[in-house]
Design a protein around this ligand. Sequence first.
Ligand code: DQA
Length: 147
Amino acid sequence: RSLLVLNGPNLNLLGTRKPETYGRTTLADVEALAREAAAAHEMDVAFLQSNHEGELLDAIHAARGVHAGIVINPGAYSHTSIALPDALEAVQPLPVVEVHISNVHRREAFRHHSYVSAQADAVIIGAGVHGYALAVEHLAHLLADVS
Ligand code: DQA
């Protein structure tokens, strides 16, 4: 089984971008920790970051029948995109866990609402990059119940 781990805009800059908010961990480190968390449950990870909404949409569409679940940090698209939650809805019943590294509720009001959350089975906010491991863990838990 494999999980699709998606990261949206600007997350390629993780480690150097606002480290006081997002930490010094790089996206390569996030990929390694997601792979490790998945491997503990005998799962593989397909890892993609894109600064382009359409590329994220294409990856979600292609996940059906290929991946068992999706972890997504939609970055700023969380607060603006209708297309991302529509795509996640379209590939149901694939389980989805949304991750935000920072505690968005402690930040600007425009970060408090995510359109994606309505299509997520769980949302992990403010746990830092550990949130990705928690997300993988939760998907493993959900998938164990249906296998
Ligand atoms: C983020 C929070 C968003 O508001 C922001 O635009 C990001 C990262 C997070 O992981 O905390 O790019 O999704």
